[in-house]
Write a protein that binds this ligand. Structure first.
Ligand SMILES: [Zn+2]
Length: 216
């Protein structure tokens, strides 16, 4: 991709046209060189084919505009393409996170405790996580739509957080510190059981509850 980008800039030049044949000749022995040029689009490079630009012949493509400097590893990382995630990928993230928002912990379809009208809708988004060494990595996480939109219910005094944390039992306190370190909530067995319950059809839920009551 880097070589393709440099070739476009240095040989074709912005506004210039090229054919698939010229592209293949420029990169002998490189497989799928077309795809490498297409991948540049994810980094903001604009290359038009005759489908997008009627003045071009069928075999021609026009290099319209350069995008992110993909040869610079830092710029390239920052601009990492937002590829659509597959439904399989999305499903795997939801399962890993127990169908719960990794920020507020709400389960899908559960009403918000401070908003009886709204129920949670879960989405999978990309979030950058800062590691202990300061490096940033991007990962897919489950978030509810409300947390994702960044709506803050209200700001809380720092002392209130500390006070609440100090009242936790040692195990929960350690868990909280772990969540703070990761920037996302983990789930407990209890959370997972509750979230699983909420994923059952509404008309079956009372059977489940009855059964558990009898077992107690
Ligand atoms: Zn949330």
């Amino acid at each position: 991709m880097v070589r393709g980008a440099l070739w476009l800039l240095q040989v074709v030049g912005e506004g210039g046209t090229f054919t698939k044949n010229e592209l293949r000749k420029a990169f002998p022995g490189v497989s799928q060189v077309d795809r490498r040029i297409r991948d540049l689009r994810d980094y903001g490079w604009v290359v038009h084919s005759s489908a997008e630009d009627a003045s071009l012949l069928a075999e021609d493509q026009r290099f319209v505009k350069a995008g992110v400097a993909v040869w610079d590893p830092r710029e390239r990382r920052q601009a990492s393409p937002r590829k659509a995630m597959s439904s399989k990928e999305r499903q795997a993230v939801l399962i890993r996170d127990g169908y719960m928002c990794t920020l507020c912990g709400i389960a899908g379809a559960e009403p918000y405790p401070d908003d009886a009208v709204m129920t949670a809708v879960l989405a999978v988004s990309r979030r950058s996580i800062r590691g202990a060494d300061g490096s940033e990595t991007e990962m897919l996480v489950t978030e509810c739509v409300r947390c994702r939109s960044g709506r803050e219910s209200s700001t809380v005094d720092e002392r209130e957080v500390l006070m609440a944390a100090r009242e936790l039992n040692p195990g929960d306190r350690r868990r909280l510190i772990r969540w703070m370190g990761r920037g996302r909530r983990g789930s407990t067995e209890l959370d997972r059981a509750w979230a699983a319950y909420l994923r059952t059809p509404k008309d079956r839920r009372h059977h489940i509850a009855d059964q558990l009551r009898q077992e107690q």
